[in-house]
Design a protein around this ligand. Structure first.
Ligand code: NAG
Ligand code: NAG
Length: 217
């Protein structure tokens, strides 16, 4: 099946290898595509009962304190947002850690959805330039449902891709525009200086370690 045009333009087709999952049934490997997101919404894996995990993914209040697991998402009038520490960081030139909104195609999950990936960890081995030889280990904190024709990891990168909701503005008391443009995020490392301070390292990671790979020019 051919992925949509914008996914083909994003050259980050990555080879994914499951290194750790909740159960033997949920260990996958195969090809995947990646995108980026940072919408400040409560992560989808942050709800009780989403999967057979010991705890849902933490969400945070606007003060970056742990939110009650039952609290509603800041993207829909509630007070629970994406925690600022769920941003990527580099260990060295070839290895980074981070979080992702995941979708794994049903041929691999045998039809299971979030309970098949929420909180599991995956190793992404990039197979396209400029990231060949680099790997990233991500925990599935969220779900990327909007494209379901390919397995996908939407990497949580502050300022990496905003959406039309204004949850980031509400969470941080800033203009939503500091998070950049819809579907693109901020456009340079300097723009990261405008983000709330605790989000700036993950924003700069995109231009350093990640080489701004999602939107090659
Ligand atoms: C931003 O998110 C939207 C919605 O998931 C997605 O369609 C788009 O490809 C993303 N952009 C990037 C640069 O990842
Ligand atoms: C990066 O760190 C990982 C884990 O410690 C290690 O296996 C790898 O060799 C390191 N790579 C470089 C380029 O130092």
């Amino acid at each position: 099946m051919t992925p949509p045009q914008y996914l083909r333009n994003i050259v980050l087709s990555s080879q994914l290898v499951a290194v750790l999952a909740q159960g033997a049934d949920f260990s996958y490997s195969g090809e995947a595509v990646t995108t980026r997101f940072w919408d400040c919404c409560k992560p989808s894996c942050g709800w009780i009962g989403k999967a057979d995990f010991s705890s849902p993914v933490l969400s945070c209040t606007a003060d970056d304190a742990p939110a009650d697991f039952a609290a509603g998402t800041g993207c829909n009038g509630g007070g629970a947002y994406q925690c600022s520490d769920q941003q990527p960081w580099a260990i060295n030139d070839t290895l980074s850690y981070g979080f992702a909104g995941v979708y794994i195609t049903s041929d691999l999950t045998h039809g299971a959805i979030e309970d098949a990936w929420c909180c599991a960890c995956y190793q992404l081995d990039f197979t396209s330039e400029p990231l060949i030889g680099k790997s990233m280990i991500v925990q599935a904190s969220n779900t990327a449902y909007d494209v379901n024709t390919a397995s996908r990891f939407s990497l949580a990168v502050p300022g990496g891709n905003t959406t039309s909701t204004n949850a980031c503005a509400k969470q941080y008391g800033v203009s939503q525009s500091v998070f950049g443009e819809n579907n693109a995020g901020v456009s340079s490392s300097d723009d990261c200086d405008n983000l709330p301070e605790n989000l700036q390292p993950g924003c700069r990671w995109r231009f350093d370690w990640f080489q701004d790979a999602s939107y090659p020019r």
